[in-house]
Design a protein. Structure first.
Length: 127
């Protein structure tokens, strides 16, 4: 599954719209149904209005009718082991649980896998 997620993130990253940061990112998630969704970062001249790659992947998942994330992979071509930003960590926590694996990569594949709960130990939830 990691290879499938890596390839989906790599292909998504190739479509990144990142003219302001020059920092393309791709993300791929697999839902509990087994479907892979990917996304890239999409920047905007009004910086807060852009979308992170993880946000794009989640949007594709929710649009398709899936609601739970089983696994996440993040890839950036200019930084090894890029982690989701704080906002994306919370967005991921909305659709995943603390034990959900998050794979961090370089250009060749997965370098480290960390639990979402370790990336965001005190996330907001319905409680």
């Amino acid at each position: 599954m990691k290879n499938r997620l890596f390839e989906a993130a790599r292909k998504a990253m190739a479509n990144s719209h990142s003219p302001y940061s020059s920092f393309p990112v791709g993300a791929a998630i697999v839902s509990t149904s087994g479907t892979v969704y990917s996304g890239c970062n999409i920047e905007n001249a009004s910086y807060p209005e852009g979308w992170c790659a993880e946000t794009s992947a989640i949007a594709h998942m929710v649009t398709a009718g899936d609601t739970r994330i089983a696994e996440v992979l993040v890839l950036a071509e200019k930084k090894i082991k890029t982690t989701p930003c704080g906002g994306c960590r919370q967005r991921l926590a909305e659709f995943a649980d603390a034990d959900t694996p998050v794979h961090l990569c370089d250009a060749n594949g997965v370098l480290e896998t960390i639990r979402l709960g370790d990336l965001l130990p005190a996330s907001f939830d319905l409680d």
